[in-house]
Design a protein around this ligand. Structure first.
Ligand code: HEM
Length: 398
Protein backbone atom coordinates (compact mmCIF):
# COMPACT_ATOMS: atom_id res chain seq x y z
CA UNK A 1 0.00 0.00 0.00
CA UNK A 2 1.52 3.29 -1.06
CA UNK A 3 1.27 6.23 1.32
CA UNK A 4 1.40 9.87 0.29
CA UNK A 5 4.87 11.25 0.69
CA UNK A 6 6.05 14.52 -0.79
CA UNK A 7 9.62 15.39 0.13
CA UNK A 8 9.11 19.04 -0.79
CA UNK A 9 5.84 19.54 1.09
CA UNK A 10 5.62 21.86 4.08
CA UNK A 11 4.09 18.97 5.99
CA UNK A 12 7.28 16.91 5.62
CA UNK A 13 9.81 19.71 5.79
CA UNK A 14 8.31 21.24 8.93
CA UNK A 15 7.96 17.97 10.84
CA UNK A 16 9.96 15.18 9.21
CA UNK A 17 9.85 12.96 12.32
CA UNK A 18 6.11 12.34 12.05
CA UNK A 19 6.25 11.51 8.35
CA UNK A 20 9.20 9.18 8.94
CA UNK A 21 7.29 7.27 11.63
CA UNK A 22 4.29 6.87 9.30
CA UNK A 23 6.40 5.72 6.35
CA UNK A 24 8.46 3.24 8.43
CA UNK A 25 5.22 1.73 9.64
CA UNK A 26 3.08 1.79 6.50
CA UNK A 27 5.25 2.27 3.42
CA UNK A 28 8.96 1.54 3.97
CA UNK A 29 9.68 1.82 0.22
CA UNK A 30 8.13 4.60 -1.80
CA UNK A 31 8.18 5.77 -5.40
CA UNK A 32 7.44 9.40 -6.14
CA UNK A 33 5.32 9.65 -9.29
CA UNK A 34 6.12 13.33 -9.51
CA UNK A 35 9.91 13.11 -9.24
CA UNK A 36 10.49 9.54 -10.38
CA UNK A 37 12.74 8.65 -7.47
CA UNK A 38 12.47 6.05 -4.75
CA UNK A 39 12.81 6.45 -0.99
CA UNK A 40 13.86 3.90 1.62
CA UNK A 41 12.92 4.50 5.25
CA UNK A 42 13.83 1.54 7.47
CA UNK A 43 17.21 1.32 9.18
CA UNK A 44 17.92 -2.30 8.18
CA UNK A 45 17.01 -1.70 4.51
CA UNK A 46 19.23 1.39 4.33
CA UNK A 47 22.06 -0.51 6.01
CA UNK A 48 21.74 -3.30 3.44
CA UNK A 49 21.95 -0.81 0.57
CA UNK A 50 24.98 1.09 1.88
CA UNK A 51 26.73 -2.24 2.43
CA UNK A 52 26.18 -3.35 -1.18
CA UNK A 53 28.26 -1.03 -3.33
CA UNK A 54 28.18 -3.37 -6.27
CA UNK A 55 24.43 -3.10 -6.71
CA UNK A 56 24.00 0.41 -5.40
CA UNK A 57 26.48 2.86 -6.86
CA UNK A 58 27.41 6.36 -5.75
CA UNK A 59 28.70 7.35 -9.18
CA UNK A 60 25.65 9.37 -10.23
CA UNK A 61 26.06 11.66 -7.26
CA UNK A 62 24.37 12.11 -3.87
CA UNK A 63 21.38 14.19 -5.05
CA UNK A 64 18.20 13.34 -6.99
CA UNK A 65 19.65 14.68 -10.26
CA UNK A 66 22.07 12.49 -12.25
CA UNK A 67 25.42 14.29 -11.94
CA UNK A 68 27.56 13.66 -14.99
CA UNK A 69 30.91 11.88 -14.43
CA UNK A 70 32.82 15.12 -15.15
CA UNK A 71 31.07 16.65 -12.12
CA UNK A 72 32.02 13.71 -9.90
CA UNK A 73 33.13 14.52 -6.37
CA UNK A 74 36.14 12.88 -4.78
CA UNK A 75 34.99 10.07 -2.43
CA UNK A 76 31.27 10.87 -2.48
CA UNK A 77 30.69 9.84 -6.10
CA UNK A 78 33.30 7.08 -6.17
CA UNK A 79 32.75 3.33 -5.90
CA UNK A 80 35.37 0.75 -4.95
CA UNK A 81 38.17 0.25 -5.91
CA UNK A 82 38.65 4.01 -6.64
CA UNK A 83 36.90 4.94 -3.40
CA UNK A 84 39.29 2.75 -1.41
CA UNK A 85 42.37 4.50 -2.87
CA UNK A 86 40.85 7.94 -2.45
CA UNK A 87 39.86 7.29 1.14
CA UNK A 88 43.34 6.09 2.02
CA UNK A 89 44.81 9.20 0.43
CA UNK A 90 42.42 11.60 2.14
CA UNK A 91 42.77 9.87 5.53
CA UNK A 92 46.48 10.70 5.53
CA UNK A 93 45.64 14.38 5.60
CA UNK A 94 42.23 14.37 7.24
CA UNK A 95 42.03 12.12 10.28
CA UNK A 96 41.10 12.15 13.95
CA UNK A 97 44.47 13.61 14.92
CA UNK A 98 44.23 16.57 12.52
CA UNK A 99 40.66 17.19 13.63
CA UNK A 100 41.37 17.01 17.38
CA UNK A 101 44.34 19.34 16.98
CA UNK A 102 41.90 22.11 16.05
CA UNK A 103 39.97 22.03 19.33
CA UNK A 104 42.03 24.50 21.44
CA UNK A 105 42.02 27.16 18.70
CA UNK A 106 38.32 26.55 18.10
CA UNK A 107 37.59 27.15 21.79
CA UNK A 108 39.42 30.44 21.55
CA UNK A 109 37.52 31.46 18.40
CA UNK A 110 34.16 30.61 19.99
CA UNK A 111 35.20 32.54 23.12
CA UNK A 112 35.84 35.62 20.98
CA UNK A 113 32.44 35.30 19.28
CA UNK A 114 30.79 35.12 22.70
CA UNK A 115 32.78 38.14 23.95
CA UNK A 116 31.36 40.15 21.07
CA UNK A 117 27.83 39.07 22.01
CA UNK A 118 28.13 39.42 25.78
CA UNK A 119 27.08 43.07 26.04
CA UNK A 120 24.33 42.80 23.44
CA UNK A 121 22.13 40.56 25.53
CA UNK A 122 20.82 38.80 22.42
CA UNK A 123 21.91 37.10 19.22
CA UNK A 124 20.77 35.23 16.18
CA UNK A 125 22.37 31.92 17.04
CA UNK A 126 22.59 30.84 13.40
CA UNK A 127 24.05 34.02 11.91
CA UNK A 128 26.29 34.92 14.85
CA UNK A 129 27.64 31.47 15.77
CA UNK A 130 26.20 28.59 13.73
CA UNK A 131 27.47 29.89 10.39
CA UNK A 132 30.89 31.31 11.35
CA UNK A 133 32.08 28.32 13.43
CA UNK A 134 32.06 25.63 10.69
CA UNK A 135 33.35 28.13 8.11
CA UNK A 136 36.23 29.03 10.41
CA UNK A 137 37.07 25.31 10.72
CA UNK A 138 36.91 24.77 6.94
CA UNK A 139 39.13 27.83 6.37
CA UNK A 140 41.65 26.45 8.89
CA UNK A 141 41.61 23.05 7.17
CA UNK A 142 42.07 24.56 3.73
CA UNK A 143 44.59 27.23 4.74
CA UNK A 144 42.29 30.08 3.71
CA UNK A 145 42.12 33.40 5.63
CA UNK A 146 38.75 33.39 7.43
CA UNK A 147 38.27 37.14 7.92
CA UNK A 148 38.95 37.92 4.27
CA UNK A 149 36.78 35.24 2.74
CA UNK A 150 33.98 34.46 5.20
CA UNK A 151 31.32 36.54 3.42
CA UNK A 152 31.92 34.86 0.04
CA UNK A 153 32.02 31.39 1.58
CA UNK A 154 28.71 32.06 3.32
CA UNK A 155 27.10 32.98 0.03
CA UNK A 156 28.49 29.95 -1.82
CA UNK A 157 27.56 27.50 0.90
CA UNK A 158 23.91 28.42 1.20
CA UNK A 159 23.18 28.16 -2.51
CA UNK A 160 25.36 25.16 -3.26
CA UNK A 161 24.13 23.12 -0.30
CA UNK A 162 20.55 24.11 -1.12
CA UNK A 163 21.04 23.06 -4.71
CA UNK A 164 21.50 19.36 -3.86
CA UNK A 165 17.72 18.89 -3.68
CA UNK A 166 16.67 21.86 -5.82
CA UNK A 167 14.93 19.68 -8.39
CA UNK A 168 11.70 21.52 -7.61
CA UNK A 169 13.22 24.94 -8.25
CA UNK A 170 15.25 25.35 -11.47
CA UNK A 171 16.15 28.95 -10.56
CA UNK A 172 18.29 27.63 -7.68
CA UNK A 173 20.10 25.30 -10.09
CA UNK A 174 20.92 28.23 -12.39
CA UNK A 175 22.20 30.34 -9.52
CA UNK A 176 24.16 27.37 -8.18
CA UNK A 177 25.96 26.93 -11.50
CA UNK A 178 27.27 30.52 -11.19
CA UNK A 179 28.28 30.01 -7.57
CA UNK A 180 30.00 26.69 -8.38
CA UNK A 181 32.01 28.52 -11.07
CA UNK A 182 33.06 31.19 -8.55
CA UNK A 183 34.08 28.59 -6.00
CA UNK A 184 36.08 26.75 -8.65
CA UNK A 185 37.85 29.98 -9.69
CA UNK A 186 38.65 30.60 -6.04
CA UNK A 187 40.36 27.26 -5.52
CA UNK A 188 42.05 26.84 -8.92
CA UNK A 189 45.11 29.05 -8.24
CA UNK A 190 45.54 27.55 -4.75
CA UNK A 191 45.48 23.99 -6.04
CA UNK A 192 47.83 24.87 -8.92
CA UNK A 193 50.28 26.49 -6.54
CA UNK A 194 50.30 23.48 -4.19
CA UNK A 195 50.73 21.02 -7.04
CA UNK A 196 53.51 23.08 -8.63
CA UNK A 197 55.27 23.25 -5.26
CA UNK A 198 55.15 19.49 -4.83
CA UNK A 199 56.34 18.94 -8.42
CA UNK A 200 59.30 21.25 -7.71
CA UNK A 201 60.20 19.21 -4.62
CA UNK A 202 59.05 21.92 -2.18
CA UNK A 203 56.80 21.52 0.85
CA UNK A 204 53.71 23.63 0.11
CA UNK A 205 52.52 23.66 3.74
CA UNK A 206 50.50 21.57 6.17
CA UNK A 207 46.93 22.57 5.36
CA UNK A 208 44.73 19.83 3.94
CA UNK A 209 45.16 20.89 0.30
CA UNK A 210 48.94 20.79 0.65
CA UNK A 211 48.76 17.41 2.36
CA UNK A 212 46.51 16.08 -0.38
CA UNK A 213 48.83 17.45 -3.07
CA UNK A 214 51.71 15.60 -1.36
CA UNK A 215 49.90 12.25 -1.20
CA UNK A 216 51.80 9.51 -2.97
CA UNK A 217 50.60 6.00 -2.25
CA UNK A 218 52.64 3.58 -4.35
CA UNK A 219 52.58 6.11 -7.16
CA UNK A 220 48.89 7.00 -6.71
CA UNK A 221 48.57 10.76 -6.68
CA UNK A 222 45.33 12.72 -6.50
CA UNK A 223 44.75 14.42 -9.86
CA UNK A 224 44.04 18.16 -10.03
CA UNK A 225 40.29 17.86 -10.62
CA UNK A 226 39.99 15.65 -7.54
CA UNK A 227 41.82 18.13 -5.33
CA UNK A 228 39.54 20.83 -6.67
CA UNK A 229 36.38 18.83 -6.13
CA UNK A 230 37.41 17.87 -2.61
CA UNK A 231 38.09 21.46 -1.58
CA UNK A 232 34.69 22.50 -2.91
CA UNK A 233 32.99 19.53 -1.32
CA UNK A 234 34.46 20.30 2.12
CA UNK A 235 33.13 23.84 1.96
CA UNK A 236 29.65 22.65 1.02
CA UNK A 237 29.34 19.43 3.04
CA UNK A 238 31.16 20.51 6.17
CA UNK A 239 29.48 23.80 6.90
CA UNK A 240 25.70 23.95 6.30
CA UNK A 241 25.28 20.53 7.93
CA UNK A 242 27.13 21.61 11.05
CA UNK A 243 25.44 25.03 11.13
CA UNK A 244 22.07 23.31 11.17
CA UNK A 245 23.16 20.91 13.91
CA UNK A 246 24.27 23.81 16.11
CA UNK A 247 20.86 25.45 15.52
CA UNK A 248 19.01 22.18 16.13
CA UNK A 249 20.85 21.69 19.42
CA UNK A 250 19.58 24.99 20.85
CA UNK A 251 16.12 24.62 19.31
CA UNK A 252 15.67 21.24 20.98
CA UNK A 253 16.95 22.56 24.31
CA UNK A 254 14.23 25.24 24.09
CA UNK A 255 11.55 22.76 23.02
CA UNK A 256 12.43 20.26 25.75
CA UNK A 257 13.30 22.34 28.85
CA UNK A 258 13.39 19.21 31.06
CA UNK A 259 16.22 17.88 28.89
CA UNK A 260 18.06 21.20 29.10
CA UNK A 261 17.67 21.12 32.87
CA UNK A 262 19.06 17.59 32.91
CA UNK A 263 22.07 18.71 30.86
CA UNK A 264 22.73 21.57 33.27
CA UNK A 265 22.60 19.17 36.21
CA UNK A 266 24.77 16.61 34.42
CA UNK A 267 27.12 18.42 32.01
CA UNK A 268 28.87 15.11 31.44
CA UNK A 269 25.88 14.21 29.22
CA UNK A 270 27.01 16.73 26.59
CA UNK A 271 28.33 14.12 24.14
CA UNK A 272 25.18 12.00 24.24
CA UNK A 273 23.09 15.20 24.04
CA UNK A 274 24.86 16.15 20.79
CA UNK A 275 24.35 12.63 19.47
CA UNK A 276 20.67 12.65 20.41
CA UNK A 277 20.23 16.01 18.64
CA UNK A 278 21.78 14.42 15.55
CA UNK A 279 19.47 11.42 15.88
CA UNK A 280 16.27 13.30 16.52
CA UNK A 281 16.86 15.83 13.76
CA UNK A 282 19.22 14.43 11.13
CA UNK A 283 20.60 17.57 9.43
CA UNK A 284 20.55 15.81 6.04
CA UNK A 285 17.18 14.08 5.51
CA UNK A 286 18.62 11.64 2.98
CA UNK A 287 21.03 11.11 0.07
CA UNK A 288 21.01 8.93 -3.03
CA UNK A 289 22.42 5.77 -4.54
CA UNK A 290 21.75 4.52 -8.09
CA UNK A 291 21.15 0.80 -8.72
CA UNK A 292 23.35 -0.80 -11.42
CA UNK A 293 20.84 -3.60 -12.05
CA UNK A 294 17.06 -3.95 -11.63
CA UNK A 295 16.13 -4.59 -7.98
CA UNK A 296 13.06 -5.21 -5.86
CA UNK A 297 12.40 -2.89 -2.97
CA UNK A 298 9.53 -4.54 -1.11
CA UNK A 299 6.71 -4.73 -3.67
CA UNK A 300 8.33 -2.22 -5.97
CA UNK A 301 10.11 -3.36 -9.13
CA UNK A 302 12.89 -0.86 -9.60
CA UNK A 303 14.48 -0.64 -13.05
CA UNK A 304 18.26 -0.22 -13.32
CA UNK A 305 19.69 3.29 -12.93
CA UNK A 306 16.94 4.57 -10.65
CA UNK A 307 17.69 7.22 -8.07
CA UNK A 308 17.10 5.83 -4.57
CA UNK A 309 17.03 8.14 -1.57
CA UNK A 310 18.29 6.67 1.69
CA UNK A 311 16.40 8.54 4.38
CA UNK A 312 18.99 8.88 7.14
CA UNK A 313 16.53 10.83 9.26
CA UNK A 314 13.98 8.02 9.05
CA UNK A 315 16.52 5.34 10.02
CA UNK A 316 17.10 7.39 13.18
CA UNK A 317 13.41 7.03 14.08
CA UNK A 318 13.15 3.29 13.45
CA UNK A 319 11.53 1.58 16.48
CA UNK A 320 13.35 -1.66 15.62
CA UNK A 321 16.58 0.08 16.58
CA UNK A 322 15.68 2.90 18.98
CA UNK A 323 13.42 2.65 22.05
CA UNK A 324 10.68 5.30 21.90
CA UNK A 325 12.23 6.87 18.81
CA UNK A 326 9.86 9.84 18.86
CA UNK A 327 11.10 10.86 22.31
CA UNK A 328 14.00 13.31 22.63
CA UNK A 329 16.14 11.86 25.42
CA UNK A 330 19.71 13.03 26.00
CA UNK A 331 20.37 10.13 28.36
CA UNK A 332 19.53 7.55 25.69
CA UNK A 333 21.40 4.23 25.72
CA UNK A 334 24.84 4.90 24.15
CA UNK A 335 24.73 1.56 22.30
CA UNK A 336 21.59 2.74 20.51
CA UNK A 337 23.13 6.08 19.72
CA UNK A 338 25.95 4.27 17.90
CA UNK A 339 23.34 3.23 15.34
CA UNK A 340 22.39 6.73 14.21
CA UNK A 341 22.60 7.28 10.46
CA UNK A 342 22.87 11.06 10.34
CA UNK A 343 26.40 10.65 8.98
CA UNK A 344 25.37 7.97 6.47
CA UNK A 345 26.73 4.43 6.62
CA UNK A 346 29.01 1.91 4.96
CA UNK A 347 32.11 3.04 3.10
CA UNK A 348 30.79 6.57 2.51
CA UNK A 349 30.13 7.27 6.17
CA UNK A 350 31.03 10.88 6.85
CA UNK A 351 34.76 11.46 7.36
CA UNK A 352 34.05 14.74 9.12
CA UNK A 353 31.75 13.29 11.80
CA UNK A 354 34.23 13.66 14.71
CA UNK A 355 34.91 17.24 13.66
CA UNK A 356 31.21 18.11 13.39
CA UNK A 357 30.52 16.59 16.82
CA UNK A 358 33.41 18.53 18.31
CA UNK A 359 32.19 21.82 16.83
CA UNK A 360 28.68 21.38 18.21
CA UNK A 361 30.00 20.31 21.62
CA UNK A 362 32.46 23.21 21.90
CA UNK A 363 29.78 25.76 20.96
CA UNK A 364 27.18 24.21 23.27
CA UNK A 365 29.52 24.02 26.26
CA UNK A 366 30.83 27.56 25.84
CA UNK A 367 27.45 29.14 25.16
CA UNK A 368 25.71 27.40 28.08
CA UNK A 369 28.54 28.28 30.45
CA UNK A 370 28.33 31.94 29.41
CA UNK A 371 24.56 32.40 28.94
CA UNK A 372 22.89 29.54 30.87
CA UNK A 373 19.51 31.30 31.05
CA UNK A 374 19.07 31.90 27.34
CA UNK A 375 15.48 32.33 26.10
CA UNK A 376 13.90 32.49 22.70
CA UNK A 377 13.46 36.06 21.45
CA UNK A 378 11.62 36.07 18.12
CA UNK A 379 10.08 33.93 15.45
CA UNK A 380 12.10 30.97 14.14
CA UNK A 381 12.88 31.00 10.44
CA UNK A 382 13.28 27.57 8.81
CA UNK A 383 16.22 26.73 6.55
CA UNK A 384 15.06 27.81 3.07
CA UNK A 385 16.10 24.75 1.04
CA UNK A 386 14.79 21.18 1.20
CA UNK A 387 18.30 19.68 1.43
CA UNK A 388 18.90 20.38 5.10
CA UNK A 389 16.80 20.08 8.22
CA UNK A 390 17.18 23.07 10.48
CA UNK A 391 16.77 26.79 10.96
CA UNK A 392 17.95 29.88 9.13
CA UNK A 393 17.39 32.12 12.17
CA UNK A 394 17.05 31.37 15.88
CA UNK A 395 16.89 34.51 18.03
CA UNK A 396 18.01 34.16 21.62
CA UNK A 397 18.32 36.59 24.54
CA UNK A 398 19.70 36.27 28.05
C1 HEM B 1 26.65 17.48 11.30
C2 HEM B 1 27.43 17.64 10.27
C3 HEM B 1 27.54 16.66 9.13
C4 HEM B 1 26.62 15.79 8.64
C5 HEM B 1 25.20 15.56 9.13
C6 HEM B 1 27.24 15.08 7.54
C7 HEM B 1 26.61 14.09 6.80
C8 HEM B 1 27.24 13.29 5.86
C9 HEM B 1 26.63 12.19 5.19
C10 HEM B 1 25.18 11.73 5.38
C11 HEM B 1 27.56 11.63 4.39
C12 HEM B 1 27.37 10.37 3.53
C13 HEM B 1 27.19 10.67 2.07
C14 HEM B 1 26.67 9.45 1.31
O1 HEM B 1 26.58 8.36 1.83
O2 HEM B 1 26.32 9.62 0.13
C15 HEM B 1 28.77 12.41 4.53
C16 HEM B 1 29.94 12.17 3.86
C17 HEM B 1 31.08 12.94 3.99
N1 HEM B 1 31.24 14.03 4.82
FE1 HEM B 1 29.91 14.74 6.14
N2 HEM B 1 28.51 15.54 7.38
C18 HEM B 1 28.73 16.51 8.33
C19 HEM B 1 29.90 17.23 8.52
C20 HEM B 1 31.04 17.06 7.79
C21 HEM B 1 32.25 17.82 7.99
C22 HEM B 1 32.45 18.89 9.07
C23 HEM B 1 33.14 17.39 7.05
C24 HEM B 1 34.54 17.83 6.81
C25 HEM B 1 35.04 19.00 7.13
C26 HEM B 1 32.50 16.33 6.29
C27 HEM B 1 33.09 15.60 5.30
C28 HEM B 1 32.52 14.51 4.67
C29 HEM B 1 33.22 13.69 3.69
C30 HEM B 1 34.66 13.88 3.21
C31 HEM B 1 32.30 12.70 3.26
C32 HEM B 1 32.53 11.66 2.18
C33 HEM B 1 32.88 10.31 2.72
C34 HEM B 1 32.92 9.27 1.62
O3 HEM B 1 32.16 9.36 0.64
O4 HEM B 1 33.71 8.35 1.75
N3 HEM B 1 31.22 16.17 6.76
N4 HEM B 1 28.55 13.42 5.45
Amino acid sequence: MSEDFDFYSDEFQSNPGETFARMIDKCPFHRSDQWGWYSVFRHSDIQQIVDDNETYSAKWGPGPAYSPPEASILLVSADPPEHTDQKRAVARAFNLKTMQALEPALREFVGELLNDLQGKGRCDLITDIGIPVPLWIICKLLGVDFETHVARFRDWVEILAGNVFAQNDPSVATLAATKAGELQDFFAPMVDEKMAGVAAGEDPGNDILSELAKVDIDGYRLPRHELMSFAQFLVIAGSGTTTNTIGNFFRLMLDFPDQYQLLREKPELIESAVEEVLRYDAPVHGLFRTNNVPVHLGDLDVPADAKICLMWGAANRDPDVFDNPQVFDISRNPEQLKQIMSFGGGIHRCMGAPLARMEVRVVAEAFIRRFPDFREAGARVPYPFATLNGLDHLHLEW
